[in-house]
Ligand binder design. Structure first.
Ligand SMILES: [Zn+2]
Length: 96
């Protein structure tokens, strides 16, 4: 579950809250009970991932790119085994 960071504009109290993505944001300061709480938007859009199973967006996108590249390589190597430009044996492109 992501951690959201909040700051009270009235008393300056900063706190983090574990919330589901679908949970409504905190509106009332737990310290002074004012409604001046704002969600801090920083690196990662105010969302901090903590603990095992959670990764930063950067890491996840890198993993995604890596996987995508591997899939593309697997695809291209698979297509090279069946050459569309020839039907004869001894083709240098498809090694048939
Ligand atoms: Zn406050």
């Amino acid at each position: 579950m992501p951690t959201y960071e909040y700051e009270c504009e009235k008393c300056g109290y900063r706190f983090e809250k574990f919330q589901k993505m679908t949970d409504p944001p905190v509106k009332v300061c737990p310290e002074c009970k004012s409604r001046k709480v704002k969600k801090l938007i920083g690196i990662g859009g105010g969302v901090i991932y903590k603990g095992p199973g959670f990764y930063t967006t950067e890491y996840r996108s890198e993993e995604y790119k890596k996987k995508e590249k591997e899939e593309k390589q697997a695809l291209s190597s698979g297509s090279s085994s069946s050459c569309s430009s020839c039907n004869s044996s001894g083709c240098s492109t498809c090694n048939k």
